[in-house]
Design a protein around this ligand. Sequence first.
Ligand SMILES: *Cc1c(COP(=O)(O)O)cnc(C)c1O
Length: 389
Amino acid sequence: MKQNHSSNDIDFCALAQPGVRELNPYLPGKPISELERELGISNIIKLASNENPLGASPQAVAAARQALEEVELYPDANGYALKQKLMALHGVGMDQITLGNGSNDVLVLLAETFLAPGQNAVMSQYCFAVYPIATQATGADIRMVDALPESDPEMPLGHDLAAMLQAINEHTRLVFVANPNNPTGTGVDADALRRFIAAVPSDVIVVVDEAYTEYVDAAMRCDASKWLAAHDNLVVTRTFSKAYGLAGLRVGYALSHPQVADLLNRIRQPFNVNSMALAAAAAALDDDQFIAASRAMNAAGMQQLQQGCRELGLVTIPSRGNFVLVNMGGAAEPWYQQLLRSGVITRRVGNYGLPNHLRITIGTGDQNERLLDALQQIAAAGARAAHGS
Ligand SMILES: *Cc1c(COP(=O)(O)O)cnc(C)c1O
C-alpha cells in the first residue's frame, strides 16, 4: 500500500544542489505499453526514440542470451573482449577507451570530470538534451549558442561552428558537437569539423557525439576517431543504441587521449556495463551485414517519409540520421495527440524550443506508410473543419 507522506515538513528541494534543483528532466518518448494502457488500443507503432525498426543483429541477441547463463557473476569491469574489438575498429589503444551504460553515461562522466561551478560548457541551441542536463547537474554554466536559422540554405537549425568557437572563453572546459545532431538530424562536414577542432584552444575538450554515424551517407560520413592522434583534446562518443539496435541493453563508449580516459575511468562505476550488454556489443561489431541492412532500410525510409511529407505540404529538415524533424506548419501538439489516437507515437520537441515540429523516427516501409496515412487523415479532417463542413 502507498504510504502517506506528511507534506511540507522538510523542503528537500532547498537541500538539493542548486544545479540539480533547477534541472528540467529528460523527456523520453512514450513507451508503447503506456499508450496501450491509456487508450486501450493495440497495434501501436513507436517512431519516437530513434530505435532500429529491424531490431538487433541475431548474433548480438544470441550473445546476450548466452551471457545470461552466467548472470550470477559480475561483469568484466574492464570490458576486455569488447575493447579488443573497438581497438581494431578504431585503431586506438585499450587505454583510450571508456565504456558506458549507454553513451549517455560517458557524456555524464565527461561533465562530472571536467565541469564545476564557475566553469562552462559550450553547446548549440537544439542540441541533444543530455548536454545541458549533464552540464547543469555539475553546477557549471551552459553557454548555449544560437543555431543556424530554419531558413538557412545549407544547414537549417544546424550547429553554427563559427559562433560556437566565439563563445569559448577562459572558463570553458567542454564543447559538445553532435554529428549528426538529435533532434535536428543536421550534420557538419568533415572539413568544417576538423577546422573547428583545430581552432579550439587545446585545453578545451571537444566532444564529438557520433551516435548516428552508422546511418550517415558514405559520401558525408565523418569518423572523428581518425583525428584522435592529432588532437589530444578530442573525445569521440559512440553508441550501440541506434544502428546496432541495442538500446535496451545500454552500452556506448568514449574514445579519447589516455589521460582523459584514465580520469573518466576513475569516476566510472566499476560495473557500469552489464555482462549481456558487453557480450551483445562485441558480437554486434562482427555483423556488418546487419548494419548495412539497417542503413539501406533507413535510406529508403528517409526518402519515403520526406516525399510523403512534401506531398502533404509539410517541410522537413534535411537529416543525416534515422529520424526527421518535420515542421507541422503550426502548433505540433494537436498533430501529436491525433497521431497517438491513430496508434502512432512520435516525439514532441517543444522542450527543445521547437513547438511547431515533430521528430519522427524512420520505421519500416509499412510503418512509414502508416504514419503518412495518419498524417494525411489528420490534415484532411483539419481541412474539413476549417471549411465548416
Ligand atoms: C541517442 C543518443 C545518444 C545516446 O544514447 P545512449 O542510448 O545513451 O547510448 C547520444 N547522443 C545522441 C545525439 C543521441 O541521440
